[in-house]
Ligand binder design. Structure first.
Ligand code: HEC
Length: 152
Protein backbone atom coordinates (compact mmCIF):
# COMPACT_ATOMS: atom_id res chain seq x y z
CA UNK A 1 0.00 0.00 0.00
CA UNK A 2 2.35 2.70 -1.23
CA UNK A 3 -0.34 5.35 -1.13
CA UNK A 4 -1.14 4.96 2.55
CA UNK A 5 2.52 4.76 3.38
CA UNK A 6 3.21 8.08 1.74
CA UNK A 7 0.31 9.69 3.66
CA UNK A 8 1.74 8.50 6.96
CA UNK A 9 5.08 9.81 5.92
CA UNK A 10 3.56 13.22 5.22
CA UNK A 11 1.73 13.18 8.52
CA UNK A 12 4.95 12.26 10.23
CA UNK A 13 6.81 15.10 8.65
CA UNK A 14 4.05 17.53 9.48
CA UNK A 15 4.00 16.35 13.09
CA UNK A 16 7.75 16.65 13.26
CA UNK A 17 7.75 20.17 11.99
CA UNK A 18 5.04 21.23 14.43
CA UNK A 19 7.03 19.66 17.23
CA UNK A 20 10.07 21.54 16.07
CA UNK A 21 8.13 24.80 16.09
CA UNK A 22 6.90 23.95 19.57
CA UNK A 23 10.41 23.31 20.82
CA UNK A 24 11.69 26.53 19.26
CA UNK A 25 8.88 28.51 20.88
CA UNK A 26 9.49 26.86 24.24
CA UNK A 27 13.21 27.58 24.11
CA UNK A 28 12.36 31.14 23.13
CA UNK A 29 10.03 31.57 26.10
CA UNK A 30 12.51 30.03 28.51
CA UNK A 31 15.24 32.30 27.15
CA UNK A 32 13.05 35.33 27.89
CA UNK A 33 13.31 34.83 31.64
CA UNK A 34 17.02 35.47 32.09
CA UNK A 35 16.81 38.22 29.50
CA UNK A 36 14.00 39.85 31.42
CA UNK A 37 15.80 39.36 34.71
CA UNK A 38 18.93 41.04 33.41
CA UNK A 39 16.96 43.94 31.96
CA UNK A 40 14.45 44.54 34.74
CA UNK A 41 16.78 45.38 37.68
CA UNK A 42 18.69 47.84 35.54
CA UNK A 43 15.48 49.59 34.56
CA UNK A 44 14.50 49.72 38.23
CA UNK A 45 17.96 51.08 39.05
CA UNK A 46 17.46 53.76 36.46
CA UNK A 47 14.10 54.72 37.93
CA UNK A 48 15.60 54.84 41.41
CA UNK A 49 18.46 57.02 40.23
CA UNK A 50 16.10 59.40 38.45
CA UNK A 51 13.90 59.65 41.52
CA UNK A 52 16.88 60.26 43.76
CA UNK A 53 18.21 62.94 41.40
CA UNK A 54 14.92 64.81 41.43
CA UNK A 55 14.70 64.52 45.24
CA UNK A 56 18.22 65.91 45.55
CA UNK A 57 17.21 68.78 43.30
CA UNK A 58 14.22 69.54 45.51
CA UNK A 59 16.52 69.30 48.52
CA UNK A 60 18.93 71.77 46.94
CA UNK A 61 16.38 74.57 46.83
CA UNK A 62 15.27 73.92 50.41
CA UNK A 63 18.93 73.83 51.45
CA UNK A 64 19.64 77.21 49.91
CA UNK A 65 16.63 78.75 51.63
CA UNK A 66 16.79 77.14 55.05
CA UNK A 67 20.21 75.66 55.76
CA UNK A 68 22.92 77.37 53.71
CA UNK A 69 23.07 80.50 55.90
CA UNK A 70 24.58 78.46 58.76
CA UNK A 71 25.93 75.31 57.11
CA UNK A 72 27.33 76.96 53.98
CA UNK A 73 26.01 76.91 50.40
CA UNK A 74 27.77 73.63 49.62
CA UNK A 75 27.56 72.25 53.15
CA UNK A 76 31.13 73.35 53.84
CA UNK A 77 30.18 74.67 57.27
CA UNK A 78 30.16 78.12 58.81
CA UNK A 79 28.47 78.98 62.07
CA UNK A 80 27.23 75.38 61.93
CA UNK A 81 29.07 72.11 61.33
CA UNK A 82 30.17 71.11 57.85
CA UNK A 83 27.91 68.35 56.56
CA UNK A 84 29.83 68.01 53.31
CA UNK A 85 32.48 66.02 55.10
CA UNK A 86 33.58 62.48 54.41
CA UNK A 87 33.74 61.82 58.14
CA UNK A 88 30.30 63.22 58.94
CA UNK A 89 28.71 61.34 56.04
CA UNK A 90 30.37 58.10 57.11
CA UNK A 91 29.24 58.58 60.71
CA UNK A 92 25.62 59.58 60.19
CA UNK A 93 22.99 57.30 58.70
CA UNK A 94 20.15 58.73 56.63
CA UNK A 95 17.76 58.00 59.50
CA UNK A 96 19.94 59.84 62.02
CA UNK A 97 20.31 62.83 59.72
CA UNK A 98 16.56 62.94 59.05
CA UNK A 99 15.85 62.81 62.79
CA UNK A 100 18.37 65.56 63.53
CA UNK A 101 16.75 67.81 60.93
CA UNK A 102 13.24 66.96 62.13
CA UNK A 103 13.83 67.35 65.85
CA UNK A 104 16.74 69.79 65.91
CA UNK A 105 19.41 69.97 68.60
CA UNK A 106 17.99 71.50 71.76
CA UNK A 107 20.03 74.30 73.24
CA UNK A 108 21.70 75.10 69.92
CA UNK A 109 21.01 77.18 66.85
CA UNK A 110 19.83 74.01 65.15
CA UNK A 111 16.07 74.22 65.45
CA UNK A 112 13.46 71.57 64.71
CA UNK A 113 12.40 71.66 61.07
CA UNK A 114 9.65 69.06 61.02
CA UNK A 115 6.08 70.32 61.05
CA UNK A 116 5.51 67.74 63.76
CA UNK A 117 7.92 69.68 65.97
CA UNK A 118 6.83 73.19 65.10
CA UNK A 119 9.03 73.56 62.05
CA UNK A 120 8.10 74.21 58.46
CA UNK A 121 9.18 71.13 56.55
CA UNK A 122 7.14 68.08 55.56
CA UNK A 123 8.69 64.65 55.91
CA UNK A 124 9.00 64.56 52.11
CA UNK A 125 11.05 67.78 52.19
CA UNK A 126 13.26 66.39 54.94
CA UNK A 127 13.77 63.27 52.85
CA UNK A 128 14.76 65.52 49.95
CA UNK A 129 17.34 67.25 52.17
CA UNK A 130 18.76 63.94 53.32
CA UNK A 131 18.99 62.79 49.69
CA UNK A 132 20.85 65.99 48.81
CA UNK A 133 23.26 65.64 51.74
CA UNK A 134 23.87 61.97 50.86
CA UNK A 135 24.54 62.93 47.23
CA UNK A 136 27.65 64.82 48.42
CA UNK A 137 29.23 61.65 49.76
CA UNK A 138 31.09 60.40 46.65
CA UNK A 139 32.99 63.72 46.40
CA UNK A 140 32.95 64.74 50.04
CA UNK A 141 36.22 66.35 51.17
CA UNK A 142 38.23 65.09 54.10
CA UNK A 143 36.97 67.18 57.06
CA UNK A 144 37.61 65.24 60.28
CA UNK A 145 36.84 68.30 62.41
CA UNK A 146 33.49 68.95 60.74
CA UNK A 147 31.99 70.09 64.05
CA UNK A 148 34.51 72.89 64.51
CA UNK A 149 32.41 75.86 63.63
CA UNK A 150 33.44 79.33 62.63
CA UNK A 151 32.42 81.64 65.45
CA UNK A 152 30.02 79.03 66.80
C1 HEC B 1 20.61 79.11 62.48
C2 HEC B 1 21.67 78.26 62.02
C3 HEC B 1 21.30 76.90 61.46
C4 HEC B 1 20.43 76.61 60.44
C5 HEC B 1 19.61 77.59 59.61
C6 HEC B 1 20.46 75.18 60.26
N1 HEC B 1 21.33 74.60 61.15
FE1 HEC B 1 21.81 72.63 61.26
N2 HEC B 1 22.98 73.01 62.85
C7 HEC B 1 23.27 74.26 63.36
C8 HEC B 1 24.19 74.12 64.49
C9 HEC B 1 24.76 75.26 65.33
C10 HEC B 1 24.44 72.75 64.63
C11 HEC B 1 25.32 72.06 65.67
C12 HEC B 1 24.57 71.99 66.96
C13 HEC B 1 25.37 71.30 68.06
O1 HEC B 1 25.91 70.19 67.79
O2 HEC B 1 25.44 71.85 69.14
C14 HEC B 1 23.68 72.08 63.58
C15 HEC B 1 23.67 70.72 63.37
C16 HEC B 1 23.11 70.08 62.29
C17 HEC B 1 23.25 68.69 62.00
C18 HEC B 1 24.05 67.67 62.82
C19 HEC B 1 25.50 67.77 62.43
C20 HEC B 1 26.39 66.89 63.29
O3 HEC B 1 27.55 67.22 63.41
O4 HEC B 1 25.92 65.86 63.80
C21 HEC B 1 22.55 68.46 60.85
C22 HEC B 1 22.40 67.14 60.11
C23 HEC B 1 21.98 69.72 60.44
N3 HEC B 1 22.33 70.68 61.34
C24 HEC B 1 21.22 69.89 59.29
C25 HEC B 1 20.59 71.09 58.98
C26 HEC B 1 19.69 71.24 57.86
C27 HEC B 1 19.33 70.16 56.85
C28 HEC B 1 19.25 72.52 57.88
C29 HEC B 1 18.22 73.15 56.98
C30 HEC B 1 16.89 72.60 57.04
C31 HEC B 1 19.90 73.17 59.00
N4 HEC B 1 20.69 72.28 59.63
C32 HEC B 1 19.73 74.51 59.31
C33 HEC B 1 22.79 75.48 62.90
C34 HEC B 1 21.86 75.61 61.89
Amino acid sequence: MPYEYSTDDKLDRSTNSWMLIGVVLLVGIVAMFPLYRSYEPSSRDGARQAQSASLAQEGESIWQLSCASCHGLAGEGGTAPALNSEQFLQTASDEQTATLIAVGIPGSQMSAYSQDFGGQLTSQQIKALVTLIRSWEPNAPDVPDWRDMIGG
